[in-house]
Design a protein around this ligand. Structure first.
Ligand code: GCU
Length: 673
C-alpha cells in the first residue's frame, strides 16, 4: 500500500506543488539562497520550511548563506518595537533576482512570515515593490482537542487521536510534528491536547503521565506552539486529599506544588483549560464557591510561571425536568458569569461558546460577548461538526463564524462587534482571542472529509485576523489545497460558501436547534431531545412551535443583550427571521416577510436543501478530471452519502410538521402522511 503520508490529502494546504508555468516564469531560479538567523529555537523549522516550500514550488532548494545581503530570501530578527509574532515582508528587485526580506522582532514572527511568504508565492503576489506587514489581532489563537488517552475522541469524526493510543503516546510522533507545522502555518499558538471532560486516566497528565505532555510539548515548541492541558477540578481528590474546595489552604498548596513540578517537567506549558460544574464535571459549586473562586485558585498556581487559566462558561443545569418551564438553558452562562465580571484574576480567561446553547446550526451570539467588560475572554467555536453533519456532510462554517464575529453587541455603541471584542479593541483586556474544538484525527486526510480541511484552515486564518473575508479565505484555501485551475477554485469555493445554508435548509429551521438523534447527534429525530433533561425543547404542537424568550411574557433571555439587540429580539416583527423560532413561539400560519407561512417556509427550505445538495454533487462531478483522482473519488462518495441523508432529513422533518399541523404543502410535493 502506498504510504498515505505521500498523498495530497495528507499534505493539506502545505503540499507545495510545482507552480503553474505562468507563475514559474516569474519565480523560477529567483530564490537560490537564503539567510536565516542562527541559534533561535525556531531556526531549524524555518530553514526546513523554506527548503521544502521553495524546493516544491519553484523546484530549487535554496542554499543557506551566512550574509543577509547575499541571500535572495533573508530573515532578520529586528530589535524593533511591535509584536514578536508580527512580521514585515518586503520584496524588491535585486541584481537580476528578487530580494525578499522577512523581518520581525521575534522568531515566532519570522516563522509566520515564512509561511506568509510561501503562501503569497502560491497566490502569485510576490513581486518587486510588494509589501506585507501583519501581526495577529489577538494573543490567544487556540485549538482544543477532545482527545482521550485511550485514543478515542469525543465528537471526533476523523478516526482516532493523533496523540494517544491505549493510554500511551502514539508511536508516530512524526505525525504530531506534521500537525504542529500545519497549525503554525495558520498562526495557531496554543493547543490543548486532551478532552475537557477529564476522565480518571487523563487526570494523571499533570502528574505521573507528565512525560507524555512533555514529549508533545517539545514538538510543539519547534513551531512556537504552547501546550495546554485540560485539568480535572477535583484532581486533589484523586491524589489523596479529602477536598477540592478552592478556599481550602491545603487544596491551594496542593495545586501550587503540582503546578510547580509540572512546569519543571513541561516548561512549554501555556496553562490549564477547565470545564467545571458543567455536564456533571466537578467544580467549585460542590463546595458552595463561585466560578470566580474556583478559577482564581488555579490561576494563582499558574501565575508564577506566566501560565493562563482558561475557564469555560458552559455552565448550565443538565438535569432539567422538561416539565419545568421556568428554567431556560439559554440564560445560564450569562446568569452565572455576568455578576462575576471583574472578580477574576488577571491570568484567568473565560472561554465562551459562540451561542447560548451548544454549537447548533444557527444560534444567536452569546450575550456574554458585550456583557463581560472587565474579564479576559475568548470566543469558542466548534470546528468538529458535531451538529453540522459530522464531516460526512459538507458544511463549511467560515460564513457562520464570520456572522458571529461581525455581530454588533452595541456594548460601547455601534461597531462593538464580537471581532473587536475578542481582539481587545472594545475593552482593554490583557488576554483575548479564539479557541476552537478541532476536527482532526488519525484519518489519512486528518479531517474525515477532505473538504472539511477548509474549516480547520479557515478557523486559523480568522483567529489570526477576524476581518479577513470568507470569500478570500475560501479561495486561498482552495488554491493552496487543490491547485491553480480557475474552474476548480471557483467551483469549490461556491460549493463551500453555500454549504452551511444548504445544511440549514434541509435540517433544522429558523434557529430551533436539535431535532437530531440523541447521544451521537447524527441524523433527524424531531423529538429526540424533547422530553430529555438537557433543556433543549422546541415544544411543537399542532398549532405552533418555539419557546418565547422575550422579556414580555417569555423567559427573559432577550433581555440579556444590550438595548438595541434586546429590542430587536423582543418582538416577532423585529426579530431576524433566521432566529425567529429561537426567540418566539410562532403559529404555523404566521406569515413571514417572504409572504410565505411558517409551515410553507419549512417545506420549501427542506425541498430546496436537497436540490442544493444535488447541485453540489453535479458541480463536483464536473471536476472529475481536474482534481487528484483520490481526492475526487473520496469527496464524491461523501457527497453521495450527504444526498441520501439530506433526503432523510427532509422527509422526516416535513412529515413531522405535516402530521402535527395537517397543513398540506402548497405545491403538493411528496410528504409522507
Ligand atoms: C457538547 C458535546 C459534549 C461536550 C460538550 C462541551 O455538549 O456534546 O460532548 O463535552 O459540548 O462542550 O463540553
Amino acid at each position: 500500500m502506498r504510504n498515505y503520508k505521500n498523498s495530497r490529502d495528507y499534505g493539506c494546504w502545505l503540499n507545495y506543488d510545482l507552480l503553474p508555468p505562468a507563475f514559474l516564469a516569474k519565480y523560477e531560479q529567483q530564490f537560490p539562497t537564503m539567510a536565516v538567523p542562527r541559534g533561535m529555537a525556531l531556526t531549524q523549522s524555518i530553514t526546513a520550511e523554506l527548503r521544502r516550500g521553495l524546493g516544491g514550488l519553484v523546484g530549487q532548494v535554496p542554499n543557506l548563506v551566512e550574509r543577509e545581503d547575499e541571500a535572495a530570501v533573508a530573515l532578520r530578527l529586528e530589535d524593533a518595537a511591535g509584536s514578536p509574532e508580527g512580521f514585515k515582508l518586503t520584496v524588491r528587485a535585486g541584481e537580476g533576482l528578487l530580494k525578499v526580506l522577512i523581518s520581525s522582532p521575534g522568531e515566532q514572527g519570522l516563522l509566520y512570515g515564512t509561511f506568509a511568504f510561501l503562501r503569497a508565492l502560491q497566490l502569485g503576489e510576490v513581486e518587486p515593490g510588494w509589501e506585507l506587514q501583519e501581526s495577529p489581532r489577538s494573543p490567544l489563537r487556540l485549538i482544543n482537542h477532545w482527545d482521550n488517552l485511550d485514543g478515542s475522541i469525543e465528537r471526533g469524526y476523523a478516526g482516532q487521536s493523533i496523540f494517544f493510543k491505549d493510554n500511551h503516546l502514539v508511536e508516530d510522533l512524526d505525525r504530531v510534528r506534521d500537525y504542529a507545522r500545519l497549525m503554525a502555518s495558520i498562526g495557531i499558538n496554543g493547543i490543548a491536547i486532551n478532552n475537557v471532560n477529564v476522565h480518571r486516566e487523563e487526570t494523571h497528565l499533570i502528574a505521573a503521565k507528565a512525560e507524555m505532555s512533555r514529549t508533545i510539548s517539545c514538538i510543539f515548541q519547534d513551531y512556537g506552539i504552547r501546550l495546554f492541558l485540560s485539568v480535572n477540578f477535583a484532581s486533589p481528590l484523586e491524589f489523596g486529599l479529602d477536598s477540592a474546595d478552592p478556599l481550602d489552604p491545603q487544596v491551594q498548596s496542593w495545586w501550587k506544588e503540582r503546578t510547580r513540578q509540572l512546569y519543571a517537567e513541561v516548561p512549554n506549558l501555556g496553562g490549564f483549560l477547565v470545564k467545571a460544574d458543567s455536564e456533571n464535571r466537578p467544580g467549585p459549586f460542590t463546595y458552595g464557591r463561585t466560578q470566580a473562586q474556583g478559577a482564581n485558585m488555579l490561576a494563582e498556581a499558574l501565575e508564577p510561571f506566566g501560565g493562563v487559566l482558561i475557564w469555560r462558561c458552559f455552565v448550565y443545569n443538565c438535569q432539567q425536568d422538561w416539565r419545568d418551564t421556568t428554567t431556560d438553558r439559554a440564560r445560564a452562562a450569562y446568569d452565572h458569569f455576568k455578576p462575576l465580571d471583574g472578580q477574576f484574576r488577571d491570568n484567568v480567561v473565560l472561554q465562551i461558546k459562540n451561542g447560548p446553547m451548544d454549537f447548533q446550526v444557527r444560534e444567536p451570539v452569546s450575550p456574554l460577548f458585550g456583557g463581560l467588560e472587565r474579564t479576559n475572554h475568548l470566543l469558542e467555536l466548534q470546528i468538529t461538526q458535531e451538529y453540522t453533519g459530522q464531516q460526512r456532510h459538507l458544511c463549511y462554517l467560515v460564513p457562520q463564524w464570520k456572522e458571529i464575529l461581525e455581530f454588533d453587541t452595541y456594548a460601547r455603541g455601534p461597531g462593538s462587534t464580537v471581532a473587536r471584542i475578542v481582539t481587545g479593541s472594545v475593552f482593554p483586556l490583557r488576554w483575548t482571542g479564539l479557541a476552537a474544538v478541532t476536527n482532526v484525527g488519525s484519518d489519512p486526510n486528518w479531517t474525515g472529509h477532505t473538504l472539511a480541511q477548509a474549516n480547520l484552515y479557515g478557523y486559523g486564518r480568522l483567529a489570526w485576523n477576524p476581518e479577513l473575508s470568507a470569500e478570500d479565505i475560501t479561495r486561498e484555501w482552495a488554491t493552496l489545497t487543490l491547485g491553480h485551475d480557475g474552474d476548480v477554485v471557483d467551483t469549490v469555493s461556491q460549493m463551500l460558501l453555500g454549504s452551511w445554508e444548504t445544511y440549514e435548509n434541509y435540517t433544522v429551521p429558523l434557529g430551533i436547534g436539535w431535532m437530531c438523534n440523541p447521544g451521537h447527534h447524527y441524523g433527524p429525530n424531531p423529538e429526540g431531545y424533547e422530553y430529555s433533561k438537557w433543556g433543549t425543547y422546541h415544544k411543537a404542537d399542532h398549532l405552533a412551535i418555539g419557546v418565547d424568550r422575550s422579556v414580555q411574557g417569555g423567559t427573559g433571555f432577550a433581555g440579556q443583550y444590550h438595548l438595541e439587540n434586546a429590542q430587536m429580539y423582543e418582538t416577532v416583527e423585529t426579530c431576524p427571521e433566521e432566529l425567529l423560532l429561537f426567540f418566539h413561539r410562532i403559529p404555523y400560519t404566521h406569515v413571514l416577510k417572504s409572504g410565505k407561512t411558517l409551515i410553507q417556509h419549512i417545506y420549501d427550505t427542506h425541498f430546496l436543501g436537497v436540490e442544493q445538495v444535488e447541485e453540489m454533487l453535479a458541480k463536483w462531478q464536473g471536476l472529475a478530471d481536474k482534481v487528484d483522482p483520490e481526492t475526487f473519488a473520496h469527496v464524491l462518495e461523501r457527497l453521495q452519502g450527504q444526498l441520501v441523508d439530506a433526503k432523510e432529513w427532509r422527509d422526516v422533518i416535513n412529515t413531522f410538521f405535516y402530521r402535527l399541523s395537517h397543513i398540506p404543502d402548497a405545491h403538493n410535493r411528496k410528504i409522507y402522511p
